[in-house]
Ligand binder design. Structure first.
Ligand code: FDA
Length: 305
């Protein structure tokens, strides 16, 4: 049943009609629990509160399925606006973004142009930018673009998804750049030809890529809400003398907040991924897919109107 619901929400997450509809009507159905608002000004308030408590942040202007050049350029403008807002308020925040929102499905030239514009401004403010990883058919292209960008910028990294069979090789190949990588389980619906179907295999691969990247001496963001992976990481860094400033935990805004506070209290660096923007639908559906119990929040939202 849980797997059925997961597939259902992942199917919905790619529906372009609902994506467009959601953009018009703004945050609904309890999505405000996972999304910090429609505008950067609202996100800035949330980031301020998180920073005051001691959390680092990475802010993400939500957006996917961008098929027009003007839209991709506008998304890049918004990212620059976000960087400037963060700098103006002297906030402790990085930036995350998706390649499809920069025009990945339109042309490589467009993505590179938009990314260079963003990275130039980010560099000026000494800000790190993480390229989120999307579905598997876009993985190679995303890594190719990262490689191209790394020739000129050291303030950019990406995400490796443990559910992909290719994850281990990608972590090994990227080592030449000594990159700061975010490691995750993976949030999309992928076929067994490219991804481990069993959770136990994903978890094992997750631990494997964490250990390879850390032992290579690279900065590692372990992005998970899973106690088992968190506890394993704590033990691993202890056993291998990995210093606390070589890694951080990351979690999503509004998910397992008490655990986020606990890790902070225990002296770990904890970064919260804060999404904002009108294009909240796909992100919200993937959060529901991860935990169908969240549907209860949706139902409450529906009845609140
Ligand atoms: P798992 O799904 O096993 O969850 C462990 C426990 O955490 C659950 O039992 C539940 O208690 C809690 N939990 C998990 N998800 C929840 C939810 N939605 N609501 C409430 N509780 C929940 N993926 C991707 O493909 N590309 C990317 O770029 C990113 N980026 C990213 C950044 C950050 C900061 C995080 C934390 C995650 C991502 N992800 C991602 C998502 C990631 O791939 C994965 O889908 C989720 O983190 C869920 O997997 P967990 O490792 O948390 O474990």
């Amino acid at each position: 049943m849980e797997q059925l619901m997961r597939n259902f929400f992942l199917f919905l997450s790619k529906n372009k009609f609902f994506t467009a509809l959601a953009k018009r009507y703004g945050l609904r159905f309890g999505a405000g629990r996972f999304v910090a608002g429609n505008m950067i000004e609202e996100a800035v308030d949330s980031i301020k509160k998180l920073n005051e408590k001691g959390f680092a942040v990475t802010v993400d202007h939500l957006g996917e399925f961008v098929n027009h050049i003007d839209e991709a350029n506008a998304m890049a403008d918004e990212c620059i606006h976000a960087i400037e807002g963060i700098a103006k308020h002297k906030l402790n925040s990085q930036l995350s973004l998706k390649m499809t929102s920069m025009g990945l499905d339109i042309s490589d030239e467009l993505v590179l142009k938009n990314m260079r514009r963003i990275l130039d401004v980010a560099k000026k403010y000494d800000m790190f930018v993480t390229i989120d990883m999307e579905d598997e058919p876009r993985c190679q292209k995303t890594l190719d673009i990262l490689r191209e960008l790394r020739k000129d910028y050291d303030n950019v990294g990406t995400v490796i998804q443990a559910y992909l069979y290719r994850a281990e090789q990608d972590v090994r190949d990227l080592n030449e750049f000594k990159p700061n990588l975010r490691l995750v389980k993976g949030a999309y619906k992928e076929p067994a030809e490219v991804a481990f179907p069993e959770k136990a295999d994903v978890d094992e691969n997750f631990k494997k890529i964490i250990s390879i990247h850390m032992l290579n001496g690279n900065y590692t963001a372990v992005a998970t809400h899973d106690d088992q992976i968190i506890d394993w990481t704590k033990q691993f860094v202890k056993d291998n003398n990995i210093p606390n400033d070589q890694f951080e935990f990351q979690m999503l805004y509004g998910i397992r907040v008490e655990k986020q506070e606990e890790l902070l209290r225990d002296g770990y660096k904890m970064r919260v991924y804060v999404p904002y923007g009108k294009d909240w639908y796909g992100y919200f559906m993937r959060r529901l897919a991860e935990r169908p119990a969240n549907v209860l929040f949706v139902l409450k939202g529906v009845f609140k109107g």
